[in-house]
Design a binder for this molecule. Structure first.
Ligand code: NDP
Ligand code: GDR
Length: 372
């Protein structure tokens, strides 16, 4: 038999039971949408939170600003470390230093369309990056001490095989992003089985918020609707508006991530709302929230919508936003998480759209005021 024991380990580690009396979380991807909500949740639960951030020439900690300010008053509660999922040595170093009790691997090149343009990079960070983090845990001899959460995704389902999609639905990814996340999913399962690690996959369906990145479709729509209503933008250009997604609120989903790591044994869970809506409906609701009614005409790449009151074209389909392969329909079945984790989404679809549009309207108005 080959020897697969830990190659190097921290010295004098306490037993897992003793070690886990502390609450220390390490989050990759802490600067992203989910990272910021998860940090808030864990700090509120008394965790010491450490995050991995990438060095950037521009400011990339905007979503953490309110927490970062606060950390000067609570220096032992929240700390950021420079690092990258492509740098194994750095990951080992951070884990050895932090000695986390829970790791949340949220770091990723997370944009599906961009993954077609940066396929190798996406595979490296989203796929191999997960392996690097798991191996860094083993290298430190912490595989029996640390609980590991992997940000898996409904993009694993890709082409529709069955609906609603659950933990037992076969995977059929449709993008380099989905394929990279498929590797990550299975390496997590493999390390759980091979090394007895407490490692979980959260198979999360789309979740959004006012902190969503601006190039994802919901935020692109909510911002444009706000700007169009204020006369700051003339038209919103979109790709496939017939794609359907199961959209929830990010704050609800980070609660589910945490719950997955508090169970007696590790497992994989779907988090979803159990409802699906086309992109078109997100567009219509966003404009309705602002008192604008749309009238559609044309079809396919020639489809467009006018503002019924002014007759102006304010939404247009643009072929450049279509993907080489599309995921047409996502609809999740969260019953396992509801039963075993006691998790349930709190925010419904109309409230999500309203919150995002109103937040963007407020932000856009304050920018107008700033400029005046
Ligand atoms: P974001 O795109 O908002 O955040 C991604 C984070 O990963 C950012 O902090 C980013 O840093 C970081 N990152 C990117 N590349 C690297 C790298 N090479 N090394 C280290 N960190 C890196 O994503 P979300 O918060 O929306 O999603 C969190 C995770 O959940 C992702 O893994 C995503 O794929 C997955 N997921 C998301 C869903 C959703 O609907 N939001 C659904 C299912 C899964 P920077 O700020 O510097 O760019
Ligand atoms: P998705 O999210 O690909 O589901 O991945 P995104 O918001 O990018 O697309 C959702 C659907 O909208 C269609 N679409 C457009 N998308 C974008 N971004 N821009 C457009 O102009 C546009 N027009 C139409 C897309 O074709 C697609 O069908 C998200 C990410 O957060 C992943 O990291 C995560 O794993 C999955 O959700 C679950």
């Amino acid at each position: 038999m080959s020897d697969v024991s830990t190659p190097f380990a921290l010295q004098n580690l306490p037993s897992p039971e003793e070690y886990n009396k502390r609450k220390v979380a390490l989050i990759s991807g802490i600067t992203g949408q989910d990272g910021s909500y998860l940090t808030e949740l864990l700090l509120s639960k008394g965790y010491q939170v450490h995050g991995i951030i990438r060095r950037s020439s521009s400011f990339n900690t905007g979503r953490l600003h309110h927490l970062y300010e606060d950390q000067h008053e609570r220096p032992n509660k929240f700390k950021l470390h420079y690092g990258d999922l492509s740098d194994s040595t750095n990951l080992v170093y951070i884990i050895a230093q932090v000695q986390p009790t829970e790791i949340y691997n949220l770091g990723a090149q997370s944009h599906v369309k961009v993954s077609f343009e940066m396929a190798e990079y996406t595979g490296d960070v989203d796929g191999l990056g997960t392996l690097r983090l798991l191996d860094a845990v083993r290298t430190c001899g912490l595989e029996k001490h640390v609980r590991f959460y992997q940000a898996s995704t409904s993009e694993l389902y890709g082409k529709v095989v069955e609906t609603p999609q659950s933990e037992t639905t076969p995977f059929y990814p449709r993008s380099p992003y989905g394929c990279a996340k498929l590797y990550a999913y299975w390496i997590v399962v493999n390390y759980r089985e091979a090394y007895g690690m407490y490692a979980c996959n959260g198979i999360l369906f789309n979740h959004e918020s006012p902190r969503r990145g601006r190039t994802f479709v919901t935020r692109k729509i909510s911002r444009a609707a706000a700007d169009i209503s204020l006369g700051k933008q003339s038209c919103l250009y979109l790709g496939n508006i017939d794609a359907k997604r199961d959209w929830g609120h990010a704050r609800d989903y980070v609660e589910g991530m945490w719950r997955m790591l508090q169970q007696p044994s590790p497992d994989d869970f779907v988090l979803a709302t159990g409802e699906t809506h086309p992109v078109r409906e997100f567009v219509e609701r966003s404009f309705t929230t602002l008192g604008i009614e749309l009238k559609w005409s044309g079809s396919g790449v020639d489809e467009q919508a006018v503002d019924v009151k002014t007759g102006k074209v304010i939404v247009k389909v643009d072929a450049q936003y279509f993907r080489p392969a599309e995921v047409d329909l996502l609809l999740g079945n969260p019953s396992k998480a509801e039963r075993l984790l006691g998790w349930k989404r709190q925010v419904d679809f109309p409230s999500l759209v309203k919150e995002m549009v109103e937040a963007d309207l407020k932000a856009s108005k304050s920018m107008v005021e700033d400029q005046n």
